[in-house]
Structures are given as C-alpha cells and as structure tokens.
Design a protein around this ligand. Structure first.
Ligand SMILES: [Zn+2]
Length: 145
C-alpha cells in the first residue's frame, strides 16, 4: 500500500497548520481590537473552523486581503495534501522538491515553471501598467507583493 499523503506530508502539514494558527491568532487580535463586543475565549484549537457562519462573515469582513489569501492558500494546500495532489507542479506535473515546499508550502509549481510564469506575469503586468498609465494618469493601486 502506498504511503498515505497525509503521512508523507506530515512535516509540511505541520508547517501549514502552524501558519494557520499564527494567522488566526493575528486575525483574532484584529477582531478583538476592532470589536469590543466579541467575547472570544482562549484559543482552543481552530476558531475559524468552529466559527458560526455569522462570525465567519464578520471575520471575512475584518480580514485583510492578505490574511484572507493566506488562509485560503493554507486551506488549499491542506486540501491538496488530503487529495494526494500536493507537491506536484501544476504545469509540468513533475514533483516539486521537498526543500522548495518547506520554504514555500504554497508552491504549486516547480522552480522552472514558476520562473516561466513569473516572466509571463511580468510581461503582462508591464503591458497592463503601460496601458493603465496612459489611460489613467493617477494610478495609485496597491502592489501585491
Ligand atoms: Zn513544472
């Protein structure tokens, strides 16, 4: 019998779960300072999963895009682990080296495909910026680092 993906990626899923816990702690701090009415007890596990749909919505509103995206990435990576699709490049279907995954647990592409994609994105971005610059001189959009 093949190694269960969960077991194979134990180390990575630990990293991901830790990241999730950290992110949720950050969010909770934001929620606490933002809304006095919230009476959230001690963090006992996963507040995000336990949250009622109403609180989910509140969290959703309070979450910054960055946190939301991070949580989304974490959940997606965990899902891919569950489904045995984790660690495989979406472009060329080669296995992504473990070292890369440890450094970037959300990585969905091998180094080669990633750099190809980034080149492509940079080209597209340059084109869009060029166009935006010409059309709207007051371009003040936030960069997504
Ligand atoms: Zn690849």
């Amino acid at each position: 019998m093949a190694i269960k993906p969960k077991k194979k990626w134990k180390e990575i899923s630990d990293i991901l779960l830790q990241m999730k816990a950290d992110t949720l702690r950050e969010i909770k701090k934001t929620v606490k300072s933002g809304a006095e009415t919230q009476s959230v007890g001690e963090p006992s596990g996963d507040i995000y999963d336990q949250a009622s749909s109403e609180r989910d919505r509140e969290l959703g509103l309070l979450l910054g895009d960055r946190e939301r995206e991070k949580l989304h990435n974490i959940d997606e990576a965990l899902l891919r682990i569950d489904e045995g699709e984790y660690g495989i490049c979406e472009e060329c279907e080669e296995e992504i080296p473990l070292g890369r995954l440890k450094a970037m647990p959300f990585a969905r592409h091998c180094v080669k495909c990633k750099s190809d994609l980034e080149k492509l994105q940079a080209q597209t971005k340059r084109f869009e910026e060029d166009r935006a610059y010409r059309e709207i001189p007051l371009g003040g959009e936030e960069e997504d680092a």
